[in-house]
Design a binder for this molecule. Sequence first.
Ligand code: PNS
Length: 173
Amino acid sequence: MRQIIAIYPGSFDPVTNGHLDLIRRGCQLFDQLIVAIARNPEKESSFFTLDERMAMLQAMTAELENVMVDAFEGLLMNYCIEKRANAVLRGIRAVSDYEFELQMALMNRKIEPSVETVFMMPGEKYSYLSSRIVREIALLGGPLTGLVPEFVEKQLRRKVAERRAAADAIPTK
Ligand code: PNS
């Protein structure tokens, strides 16, 4: 029988409850779901290192049997071919996501027509949630309850404290 292997690519900097909602929905639909963290050269200044992002995603998806976490570099379509994936999963939260997602899906289809992009909506309570907004709230010391799992919240607080300590250590003239 044909197995449907889907790749869920993203920066996951950090993983949010919205991402996890989509992963749980996706793993019910596909035989195998590979959550793939992009080493995106445009985002070299990521908040968390690749290893940290990987550890958070692995911990948060450990109980999902058909989900694995990986990282990739370069073109997503090359990675899909390498993994023999037939689908890419992307989340759409609001109409504002659609334009960029459509462009990416159609470009990916042009590069590799055998891979289909599947869009899913996370639960509506996550429709305003993004990794960027979570990082901003963490940097400003705001509440993160309900936005990320407790484990990720702890990692955010630790990272912010580390950054503060590093900034304080820089001597001022
Ligand atoms: O979480 P993000 O930042 O929205 O994820 C974007 C991502 C990583 C899925 C996208 O930038 C990507 O696929 N990068 C890999 C490089 C690539 O294949 N680019 C061409 C896409 S049309």
